[in-house]
Design a protein. Sequence first.
Length: 231
Amino acid sequence: MKTKTKILIVIALVVLVIVGVIGYMVVKDMKQEDILRTEVNSLSEKDVTKDSYDVVIKTTGDYAKVERAIKEYLNDYATTLQELLKIMEDEKLVNCLSADNYKNDGPDFTETKDYLTKTKESFNNKLDKLTDMTSEEKIMESINKQKLDSYYVDLYEELMLKGIAASDFEESQKDLQTASARINNVLNVESEVIDLLIQNKGKWSIENDKIVFQSTETLNQYNELIKKLNQ
């Protein structure tokens, strides 16, 4: 009888230990998820046009993989967007049609032509990348590479597609669509103006920091192109 009692006590103790371990793991798991959600909420307060999302990983295990996937994706998006904004704010873009540039790089405009070609290519490549990154398929591709359980994939989807990406990406995408039309118009018109000056080299000059044409027809073509910059 005593032996049976001892066995029951041992079994009870084992059960208690197992329950305790399971309870500890559940609590630990819930705490990790809370940390992850807090981290993602803090990311939503960042400015995607200025800040970096490449911050320290606060969670562990599979939660850390979710956290890392979110932060790396957002950081890549922010870095590309900020590079795009630098192109838009580049003073050289504004000065392509200045009297100083006409004097310094004309009449062949080798540097200007190279700059406009490379800038347009870089701008549109980055724009295409950002547009692609806002798609649901691309966003989910980041976590699917991790080969995690469906719970963690669903958690990532909730935090990204229904959370931070839904707000930040949607807002920046609208701004990018407007910027794309404006910047590409500037790049195209500036290229047309430079081509016009190259084709008519020897028929224009810079006097008192102003361009002067020998031909009224060329002057009119030049003025029509300049008007397009404001369209």
